[in-house]
Design a protein around this ligand. Structure first.
Ligand code: HAM
Length: 450
């Protein structure tokens, strides 16, 4: 009897073939060696500025209880509603891959009683985060963030310093044209009245909004203000603005922050539609937009105050502020503006060997050189001296050490100056000291400085 083909049911029930797919998952990517100099530059500059601004490194797990994120980022946000990688463990815990770093930092701060440390307590974190978003240019399902969070200081001078740090970071990457946008979305008290006003306004324009924003009037009305749909932007343009409805405390906070930024000569624009995609923010919010992405809505980094989050999570009432940059977007922007990637120090010395005995000895000599901090290149797989010297020339080393059959038997090594061509034969036990004297320690990292 013929088998009935293509019935919908049988198709749906057909198990997926377990073939090996040699591809990263959609929205994820490998960071290949060719791109690593950009990533290394971002890492090094971030680490250096974290040290200079006295942020201590904190690493938290990639997986946490799912409700850590839903409670802090907010149930009505896109991140929690649509983008979390949530799953049940074998032990039936509902967990999620972290969609950002701040919630984990707050959890860690409370869990380890870091409220007892002198304030402000400052954390620097970096690593991958996961958002099941629709992948497109600059938007990935796995991306890396460099994140700074500071706990325990409510003075707007800290807002100014954090914004200065974000600005300095991006400038130091060599991105000079990014734009700093700032806004204040008020505190829980003044935002309540403002939200009411906004909802009334949005309700009156409901028919002109996209489907998502119609829903957002109920769930997250502030987000309507930064919707990228044209028709929503038009409605947002005439909407009441949070900065006009701040309570006295929030108004003073914002005013003082702007005074500090003016004093720093830090360029910024106030964007009354900047609300950010996470619910935990209060008062100051800011975002850094690349000149290329302006209008497209992609930001290089963003952050703000979240004075109530630690309390909401069950800790002591602790003001806090922070920001994160997206490494993929920073790297793309560095390439676009032709910023310098990290330049690794080059080997100063090349070790060449000739003959079986020398080859055996050279492995040990290479290890001795390395242990003594002498950065040495080699090409052990190559047999002829000529081809090894070719590599040495290409690498532009200052000296080539040549170990042949005769030198191995004599306990000597030939030291060849690659610039002058001069050669000297030195005793193997004096070699390390001699090479150390000849080369200068050179570990200069090239940074952009303005
Ligand atoms: P966020 O604005 O959601 O803030 O993300 C920070 C940065 O990560 C963005 O400005 C962007 O550069 C990058 N980014 C976000 N989503 C993606 C994506 N799908 N693909 C590539 N890059 C992306 C936060 O995550 C807050 N936790 C920042 C913060 C720290 N606020 C206070 N402290």
């Amino acid at each position: 009897m013929p088998i009935k083909k293509n019935s919908k049911k049988s198709k749906a029930e057909k198990p997926k073939e377990d073939s090996l797919v040699l591809q990263t998952l959609r929205g994820m990517k490998d960071v290949l060696p060719i791109d690593q100099p950009y990533w290394e530059q971002v890492r090094r500059i971030s680490e250096r500025l974290a040290r200079d601004y006295e942020f201590s490194r904190l690493d938290t797990p990639i997986v946490e209880f799912a409700n850590l994120f839903s409670r802090s980022i907010g149930e009505g946000t896109d991140i929690v509603e649509k983008e979390m990688y949530t799953f049940l463990t074998r032990g039936a815990d509902k967990v999620a891959l972290r969609p950002e770093l701040t919630a984990g930092n707050c959890r860690s701060y409370i869990q380890h009683g870091m409220n007892l440390l002198p304030k402000p307590v400052k954390f620097f974190s970096t690593g991958p985060v996961y958002r099941y978003d629709r992948p497109q240019e600059g938007r990935y399902r796995e991306h890396y963030q460099v994140n700074f969070d500071a706990f325990g200081e409510q003075d707007p001078i800290l807002d100014a310093q954090i914004i200065q740090l974000a600005h300095r970071l991006v400038q130091t990457f060599g991105i000079k044209t990014a734009q700093m946008q700032i806004n204040s979305i008020g505190c829980q008290i003044c935002r309540k009245d403002y939200k009411e006003l906004l909802v009334n306004y949005l309700d009156s324009k409901k028919t002109k909004l996209c489907q998502d924003c119609r829903r957002r009037i109920e769930t997250n009305p502030l987000r309507v203000l930064d919707c990228k749909e044209d028709k929503c932007s038009q409605v947002a343009a005439l909407a009441p603005q949070s900065v006009d409805h701040l309570c006295e405390d929030c108004r003073n906070h914002f005013k003082t922050l702007l005074e500090y930024l003016d004093e720093l000569d830090l360029p910024y624009i106030i964007n009354p539609h900047l609300v950010r995609g996470l619910d935990y923010y209060t008062k100051t919010v800011f975002e850094i937009l690349s000149s290329a992405e302006e209008g497209k809505g992609l930001s290089l980094g963003g952050g703000g105050r979240y004075d109530k989050l630690i309390k909401i999570m069950g800790g002591e009432d602790t003001p806090a502020i922070g920001f994160a940059i997206g490494v993929e977007r920073i790297v793309a922007e560095m390439k676009r503006v032709q910023a310098k990637p990290y330049k690794a120090p080059r080997p100063k010395v090349f070790l060449a060997q000739l003959g079986n005995l020398a080859k055996k000895k050279s492995l040990k000599l290479f290890s001795e050189l390395e242990k003594n901090g002498i950065f040495t290149a080699e090409s052990f797989g190559r047999g002829s001296l000529k081809s090894q010297l070719k590599v040495a020339n290409r690498l532009k080393v200052e000296f080539t050490l040549i170990l042949g059959q005769k030198e191995t038997l004599d306990g000597t090594v030939i030291v060849k100056n690659m610039a002058t061509g001069a050669q000297e034969t030195v005793s193997a036990d004096k070699l390390i000291d001699l090479v150390k004297k000849k080369i200068k320690a050179d570990n200069v990292v090239v940074y952009h400085n303005n």
